[in-house]
Unconditional design. Structure first.
Length: 219
């Protein structure tokens, strides 16, 4: 069972022994604190571990969260399922017996070079976007009498369409773009520096610089 929280730093590249360059992402991994351990026999009814990362001013945290964390101002709290729940395949099938204790810490030393991990996080938020940017629509014609409809979506069904006088569910229209939870699977750990708490994983991961990511062993 291996899981930890990390912050995305930047993209980089590493050269292997064969001289070939490999794209990677640099992650900052500070020790995380175990804030809660849930068990199937407890009131929650499932096994999980909650981890807290970073520091945040207590005035910006709700009283409910402060009470839950005994007054500690964590920047973020994430939960990892340990039983057969919806995230069990992501966690890699650990058991309750191997769960850490509340107040304990987990650091980068649990991973080693060559480990294969799954990384989850929120993608960059792009704000409100039109259909051309959000869905790749071609827009209207650039000539033949049109004037202001180059980037408009066009017809969305109308009163006599298949939806029967309403907008069909799932219709591609303008709206908020990005800020979606994405999981990138089977990334390899290329380098680890235990002194600085940094690690490099292959490929790209979701989010901007500073995005908090969930790093979980894939096996």
């Amino acid at each position: 069972m291996k899981f930890i929280l990390a912050k995305k730093e930047s993209m980089t590249r590493l050269f292997g022994e064969d001289g070939r360059a490999r794209a990677g992402t640099l992650l900052k991994v500070d020790p995380v604190v175990v804030t809660q351990v849930k068990t199937a026999e407890g009131k929650d009814g499932y096994a999980a571990v909650q981890l807290g990362i970073g520091k945040r001013k207590t005035k910006n945290i709700s009283k409910a969260v402060l009470g839950h964390t005994k007054g500690s101002g964590y920047e973020a709290i994430r939960e990892f399922r340990l039983d057969g729940g919806p995230d069990a395949q992501m966690v890699g099938g650990p058991t309750e017996a191997s769960a850490p204790e509340v107040g304990g810490t987990i650091d980068i030393s649990i991973f080693k070079i060559g480990d294969v991990v799954n990384i989850s996080g929120l993608t960059k938020g792009k704000g409100f976007a039109g259909v051309v940017k959000r869905h790749g629509f071609h827009g209207g014609p650039r000539t033949h009498g049109q004037k202001h409809s180059e980037r408009e979506p066009g017809s969305i069904g109308g009163s006599s369409g298949r939806a029967g006088g309403r907008v069909a569910k799932g219709m591609r229209m303008a709206g908020r773009m990005g800020h979606d939870r994405v999981t990138v699977k089977n990334l390899k750990v290329l380098a680890i520096d235990a002194e600085t708490g940094e690690m490099v994983v292959s490929g790209a991961v979701p989010g901007r610089r500073g995005t908090i990511l969930e790093v979980v062993s894939s096996k």
